[in-house]
Design a protein around this ligand. Sequence first.
Ligand SMILES: Cc1cc2nc3c(=O)[nH]c(=O)nc-3n(C[C@H](O)[C@H](O)[C@H](O)COP(=O)(O)OP(=O)(O)OC[C@H]3O[C@@H](n4cnc5c(N)ncnc54)[C@H](O)[C@@H]3O)c2cc1C
Length: 294
Amino acid sequence: MYDINHIYEANSVEEAIQRRIEQPQALIISGGSDILIGIRAGKLAGCDLISLYMIDELRGVSLDEDGTIRIGSLTSFASVTKSPVIQKYVNVLGEAADKVGGPQIRNIGTIGGNTCNGVTSADTASTLMAYDAIIELTGAEGKRLVPIEKFYLGAKKTDIRADEIQTAVLIRPESYRGYHGYYYKYAMRSAMDIATSGCSVNVRLSEDKKRIEDARICYGVAGPIPLRTRSAEQAAYGQPVSRDTVEAFAAGALKDVNPRTSWRATKEFRIQIQGELARRCLTEAINRAGGIWA
Ligand SMILES: Cc1cc2nc3c(=O)[nH]c(=O)nc-3n(C[C@H](O)[C@H](O)[C@H](O)COP(=O)(O)OP(=O)(O)OC[C@H]3O[C@@H](n4cnc5c(N)ncnc54)[C@H](O)[C@@H]3O)c2cc1C
């Protein structure tokens, strides 16, 4: 059923890296929910695989002493959503993970796979970008930290070197403390479906809850890779919590988005919903932050 030449089962990060060096042609497999589809469809038939699945040290969510949230790359979507650390500090990431596929996919699919596949529609990617997450890669030379925005090089292209694997996704305290967020996945049906577009917004309000101190917005499927829209962010900085600010934010977002037409939706339809997603996500993020509307 699956045309695989050889599968190497790594039991530690060091072993995985050694395998990467010895078998440069081999592909990494974690949960397999993307890669097995490619193998079954014949696109990757006859490939060699290095499986990370047995490396338990890459599973789980923890809080470092400095407040950095560390999500091991093998952590499944279901475990991200259930994690008390995620629920307490970055709940919107758990909500985004809970929008992926169905229960089976959420149990087997990993956050590492969802970012390393380099796909613009990946449900956790836009939320991680709206948190300014950092990708931890480990290779023969040790660890390398790459801001998630720089990790995406193009459609299905990510900054992973030949000897590296992704070992964690990190969220620094300054990126989440004081922020409230909202993720909206727009899909053609609420059951298992890939996003026609997704949008994640994080906002930090002033002490009196009447002004936006900072806002971050990232879309899925607004371009070949997850897209931060700076024009929207600039339109919101320092502005009152008001409907006018929400409109300026949505107008800013529409200056930067550049979706394409696919069998799922036209470019024009995506642009229309992307304006609405900006409005809804900012409004809900402000409400979650306890904003007082002018
Ligand atoms: C029925 C179905 C529904 C789906 N629905 C959704 C959905 O709604 N939303 C969504 O975002 N996705 C969806 N997906 C896609 C998929 O489940 C996710 O992208 C998942 O996160 C992939 O994780 P994985 O561990 O299974 O990755 P794998 O298939 O094991 O790997 C995916 C890619 O990442 C690379 N990779 C994996 N882990 C690492 C690592 N640690 N270091 C370096 N490279 C690595 C692999 O080489 C491969 O290129 C769906 C898939 C299916 C089959």
